[in-house]
Design a protein around this ligand. Structure first.
Ligand code: GLU
Length: 446
């Protein structure tokens, strides 16, 4: 295979949500795996709903995820080029003006349905004479423009869905240009895919029907249609459409909640595939494991709780270098490798390290039960001499066991509670040297 060229084509009309990220990720991983190129196309033909702010945030989010692009461009810079393509289609007799209002089209659809026919546009506009059109336009009606489908079958071998066949006589001729002259997404997308040399169009299953028309437009404009891959959509854990919850699942919010970029990528790369969902440390590793053939055809269920669990597993193993900046920002005392290595397994997110800085380096209210008071008060006398190390806890508790006869929970729990104020937490062997002799003795009340 020659190196693929793929694109991710979001509309900057809102925040990047997990469904979009999955599409971006699959494109990116495929390009990476095959040594190809990933292009970011900004689909901002809807000038009213697209904003520069959304575009900037989208780029920030992709960058944070590590999904960098080899080139980027926006459709709003290219209206002249779409006009040329439209002129070409008109000259070929494949783009025709239609004058029905939305209400008229609605009535036509209802009539067709009541007669048991599919609600396909009846092409009445094709029977208009020049005089009819002149009259309509003189009365102020402006046309929208439809692409004339061949009425034949369009077939392709989808990399995810297998052989596809769309009977274009069962689909309405798509509107490419609105009354006000603005473009719907269908034509610009094809024009851009041809010009950018896109070899594979990888996107959501909601575009399968578009593909029928778009393949015909590719051919009409003299291009060869790219390979196609349509992924099943993501649904919520309860099977409902994910889009209803887009707000709570935007990348920005997940990041603010402390979800790691690699947790999102690991989860979304494997969701709905035949691979297990396990954390991965790099996009390169995910790319190595990527194959279209692993993507299943059923809707993939996205459960935020699974993502949180995966995030925790990933955080537990993050090396200090990966988190140092964030720890320093949480608390200067957390900028300490031994500290991170001691507490990370208790952290579901990096920011969960914060309370441990106070517990270890700050002041705590030790929690000592009445029956443990004497034991704790006497424990300091047995603390190994010199600087406390990773071996000190073992030595100390062995000595205490011999001296007091306490063992198991009765030995360890009062010490943990006295030294950390908590019943659970990181390994005491790692925590003890961080607390340090002075604070240990102070907390034991000695
Ligand atoms: N802007 C379109 C969308 O977000 C792009 C679809 C495509 O990849 O062709 O749905």
């Amino acid at each position: 295979m020659t190196a693929p060229v793929v694109r991710f084509a979001p509309s900057p009309t809102g925040r990047l949500h997990v469904g979009n990220v999955r599409t971006a990720l699959v494109n990116w991983l495929f390009a990476r795996r095959e040594g190809g190129k990933f292009i970011l196309r900004i689909d901002d033909t809807d000038l009213e709903r697209s904003t520069q702010e959304n575009e900037d945030i989208l780029k920030e989010d992709l960058t944070w995820l590590g999904l960098t692009w080899a080139a980027t461009f926006k459709q709003s810079d290219r209206f002249g080029i779409y006009d040329e393509a439209a002129a070409k289609l008109r000259a070929l007799g494949l783009l025709y003006p239609a004058y029905e209002t939305a209400e008229e089209l609605d009535v036509k659809r209802k009539i067709a349905q009541s007669r048991g026919r599919p609600p396909v546009y009846d092409r009445a506009a094709l029977s208009l004479t020049d005089a009819d059109r002149a009259k309509l336009e003189a009365s102020g009606v402006r046309p929208h423009w439809r692409f004339k489908l061949s009425g034949e079958r369009v077939e392709w071998n989808d990399l995810v869905r297998g052989p596809q066949s769309i009977d274009t006589s069962s689909v309405s001729d798509p509107v490419l240009i609105r009354e006000d002259g603005s473009y719907l997404y269908t034509l610009p997308s094809v024009v851009d895919d041809i010009e950018a040399g896109i070899t594979h169009v990888v996107r959501g299953e909601d575009h399968v029907t578009n593909s029928g028309a778009q393949i015909e437009i590719f051919m009409a404009l003299g291009g060869k249609a790219p390979e196609m891959a349509h992924m099943p959509l993501l649904v919520g854990a309860d099977g409902s459409a994910l889009s209803k919850r887009i707000g709570s699942l935007s990348v920005g919010q997940l990041r603010d909640q402390g979800i790691e970029a690699m947790a999102i990528c690991s989860h979304l790369a494997k969701l709905g595939t035949s691979d297990n969902i396990e954390p991965r440390n790099s996009l390169d590793q995910l790319a190595e494991e990527f194959a279209f053939s692993k993507i299943g055809r059923a809707p993939a269920r996205f459960d935020e709780a699974d993502l949180e669990n995966l995030n925790a597993v990933l955080v537990h193993a993050l090396p200090f270098a990966a988190v140092q900046d964030r720890l320093a920002a949480l608390d200067p005392r957390a900028d300490n490798e031994a500290f991170w290595l001691a507490v990370r397994e208790n952290c579901a997110r990096v920011s969960s390290a914060r309370p441990w800085t106070e517990i270890i380096f700050g002041r705590i209210a030790p929690d000592i039960a009445a029956e443990d008071k004497d034991f704790i008060a006497g424990a300091g006398a047995h603390l190994p001499a010199g600087e406390l190390t990773g071996a000190s806890w073992g030595e100390w508790t062995n000595t205490l066991k011999a001296a007091t006869g306490r063992k198991g929970k009765g030995l360890f729990m009062p010490l943990r509670k006295a030294l950390t104020g908590m019943e659970h937490g990181p390994e005491m062997a790692a925590v003890l040297p961080l607390i340090g002799r002075a604070r240990v003795l102070e907390r034991l009340g000695g």
